[in-house]
Write a protein that binds this ligand. Sequence first.
Ligand SMILES: NC(=O)C1=CN([C@@H]2O[C@H](COP(=O)(O)OP(=O)(O)OC[C@H]3O[C@@H](n4cnc5c(N)ncnc54)[C@H](O)[C@@H]3O)[C@@H](O)[C@H]2O)[C@H](O)CC1
Ligand SMILES: [K+]
Length: 512
Amino acid sequence: MYLFTAQEMRDLDRYMIEEIGVPGAALMENAGRSVAQAILNRKLQGTFAVVLAGSGNNGGDGFVAARYLASAGWDVCVWWIGSEEKMSEETRAFHQSCLKLGLSVQLYERSRAGELKEMLQRCDVVVDALLGTGVHGELREPLPELIRLVNLEAEQALKVAVDIPSGVNTDTGAIMTDAIQADVTVTLDSPKWCHYLRPAAEYCGELQVADIGIPSFAKAHQAPQARLNTPEMWKAYLKPRSPWGHKGSYGHLLVVGGSRGMLGAAALSGMAGLRAGAGLVTVAVPEQQEQAIAAKLTEALVWGWPGTDGFFTASGSQVLGERADRLSAVAVGPGVGRFAGETEWLKEILVRSPFPMVLDADALNILSEDPSMLHIRQHPTVLTPHPGEMARLAGCTVQEVEQNRHRIPREWAQFYGVTVVLKGTHTVIAMSDGRQVVNPTGSPALAKGGSGDILTGILGALLARKIPVHAAVPMGVYIHGLAGERAVSDSAHSVLATEVIDQIGPAIHQIS
Ligand SMILES: NC(=O)C1=CN([C@@H]2O[C@H](COP(=O)(O)OP(=O)(O)OC[C@H]3O[C@@H](n4cnc5c(N)ncnc54)[C@H](O)[C@@H]3O)[C@@H](O)[C@H]2O)[C@H](O)CC1
Ligand SMILES: [K+]
């Protein structure tokens, strides 16, 4: 499923109208009917709806929805703002048809706030068709006051946003002034970025996608840059294990990390890698840590790298060359820590790894000293920063990263020719060719130490299994999120990282 920006949606709209010949009014009719149907499907007790309509096409959808609710026997009152001159031809026509049918259609003015307030307090549904994807900049009055009125007074009503809650920015998920706090958002044709970006995502409520008659081949013709992560995108690579296979058939993942005080991180990555199907996993730790990791991990191989006092040493990573021909992927970072000569150490790994690589945690912090070293890489490289690590890499604040989740990872991925996985609720995956994937799976249970190490292990294993990076990364992120969801048996507070690892197998089974 695609994820649209406002401009991409306008382009698709134009393509459907001008090149395919479907009238704009037909799309609007379908949109409004879908919204009304979504409301009727809920079989609510009460049947009084207040429809708030702007003068743009979002408002047009609202006028249509009002007509369908009225024809289902509902008591409907439409309040609209703006002016008839500003309306598009379609919106004007549907406004007129509501008037001709004798529906109650009221022009909102500040002096009438009391009347509207009284209705909002006793209605059963509020349809928010004030602003859609055409919003620009700070809201002009009377929108802010109207939005405040709805959020404050329509407490008991079901608030249904048409396409997007009015006031949110479609592309960035920002809220310029204020936005409708919706219970349900009926989005037209496809989800938009704002449905998955904070703070807008918190204003959407339940998301429903309405078919308005745009076939998938039209979307493929006008393909947007981003998709929502769904198994259909990569399921073909998730083949059952062959009865003729052996451990060598499923790749050999090397996990590098586990310095003093952080052994658990490398152990979690290693275990996750095995659960995600790698044929062999070797965990490389500073030599002083070798005994301890061996005692922790029964199924993995261990490899002591030159170390001092439980930390890696500058030139120690040269040993990678000795076994590189036996490996098929490497994951560097879980519990690596910071140490003298770390940049040189990481550079050696980048050079000596002629296979896919995952960089996480302190490997990313080391990298942020000199990101240009990524240009050394000749093979797929995946970075899995959380917002703090992304901020260090990009040289900006965490807040800037959070406000630009749609943009910063994409620019970074394209510039350095890598795949960036910006973690968080709705992880954003940015590929080196500009394509993006937003992940819908996950659980608050994953907001705990160890979750990132698990993701690193899963991604490393899928890459070791020679699944192409464009499929392995969305697959790994999806499985990780699903395992997190599945690990919650009662309270999300108390889930342990090892319990998430236990759910990797069931998650894979659920998808297969
Ligand atoms: N996706 C589709 O194919 C279809 C989408 N439909 C609906 O159309 C809207 C987008 O319509 P558009 O006319 O481009 O814009 P809006 O209605 O969102 O808003 C324009 C309207 O709002 C005023 N405005 C803009 N910014 C501000 C501001 N900051 N303050 C106050 N007012 C503002 C502007 O002056 C205009 O009057 C999409 O979301 C769908 O709901 C089609 O109906 C079906 C096909
Ligand atoms: K809206």
